[in-house]
Each structure stands twice: as C-alpha cells, then as structure tokens.
Design a protein around this ligand. Structure first.
Ligand SMILES: CC(C)(COP(=O)(O)OP(=O)(O)OC[C@H]1O[C@@H](n2cnc3c(N)ncnc32)[C@H](O)[C@@H]1OP(=O)(O)O)[C@@H](O)C(=O)NCCC(=O)NCCS
Length: 147
C-alpha cells in the first residue's frame, strides 16, 4: 500500500472525489489550493484532500474510499498518514461533515470530537438536496482533533 501526493490532472480522480463531496463546483473551491493524496493497494482505492486553514489548522476537505473497499481500514490509514505527515507543522486537524450515521461514527472512531455546527450549510451552499442514509443534510458538523 502506498499513499502519494498528486500535483497534476487532479480531476482524473473526480469519480472518487464526488463520493466524498457530491457537487463538483464545491470540489473546485478547494481542489487546486489543497493537497490531494491517493492511496493505492495496488490499484487506486481512496483519496483525500487537505488544506491549510491558517493558525496551525489543517482541514480535511474530502476523503473517500471506493465503495467495494470501504470498512477495510483504508479511511483510517489515510487519516493516520495525514496526522503523521503534518504533525510538525499543525496543531489541529479539522473536518466538516454532514450529520450522518455514515460519516460521524467514522471520524469519532478516528479520535475527532464535535466542536460546533454551521447551521444550514448544506441547504445554503449546495444546489440540490444532499441525502445520506435517507435523511437530508442541513447543518455542517465541525469536528477536530489535536495532532
Ligand atoms: C467515510 C469513509 C471515508 C470511511 O472510510 P473506511 O475505509 O470505510 O473506514 P475504516 O474501515 O477505516 O473505518 C475506521 C473506523 O470507523 C468505523 N466506521 C467507518 N464507517 C462507519 C459507519 N458508517 N458507521 C460506524 N462506524 C464506522 C469502522 O468500524 C472503524 O472502526 P474500528 O477501527 O474501531 O473498527 C468511507 O466509508 C467513504 O468513503 N464513504 C463515502 C464517502 C464519504 O462519505 N466521505 C466522507 C465525506 S465527509
């Protein structure tokens, strides 16, 4: 298994990125300024995008594992890789996600804790309803963990 940064033609991974964030115009807001990592084992299995948010905060903007390879530890390995790679330079790792049973337990198992919510984020910023586990996402849940 290897995890490597991708600097060119990041959109070749759009199908996976859309699993983590289903509106392409939202992905366009962070893909170029962010650092994209691809996990291969040996084929591409997962992606992750992180951005520098200033004040020692690194944010996970997108993380996605191919559906057939979910729940096999790849997501956790990507988080561990990010923590290891950035621990010298950052003190908080942040992620924003929907109030969904498909994602919140994953982040909590990886040691993140909810710090606040952004009311109406998904209904205001997305051009269509985002449905997860049969429920429309409304607020964004912000979770953080210390490096
Ligand atoms: C969310 C996602 C990235 C998790 O990656 P993954 O490789 O499936 O997760 P892992 O196998 O590494 O799981 C790590 C831990 O989280 C737990 N977990 C993962 N998904 C879970 C879920 N839906 N419910 C409960 N626990 C979950 C696992 O049981 C595991 O816990 P353990 O180590 O104590 O056994 C992946 O499922 C995914 O790509 N989903 C679709 C895209 C998406 O929603 N991305 C997040 C956008 S915010």
């Amino acid at each position: 298994m290897k995890i490597t940064p991708v600097n060119h033609n990041k959109k070749q991974f759009l199908a996976l990125l859309l699993l983590g964030d289903e509106q392409e115009s939202m992905i366009d807001c962070y893909l170029e300024r962010g650092t994209l990592y691809v996990l291969q084992d040996p084929e591409v299995r997962a992606v992750c995008v992180v951005t520098d948010e200033g004040d020692g905060v690194l944010e996970i903007k997108n993380i996605a594992v191919s559906p057939e390879f979910q729940h096999q530890g790849y997501g956790r390995r990507l988080i561990a890789f990010i923590e290891n790679a950035y621990q010298t330079f950052y003190h908080i790792l942040r992620v924003g996600t929907g109030d969904s049973p498909l994602t919140l337990p994953f982040y909590e198992r990886c040691g993140f804790r909810e710090v606040r919510r952004i009311p109406g984020f998904f209904t205001e910023h997305y051009d269509h309803p985002i449905i997860e586990a049969g429920k429309q996402l409304v607020d964004m849940v912000i979770l953080e963990k210390d490096f």
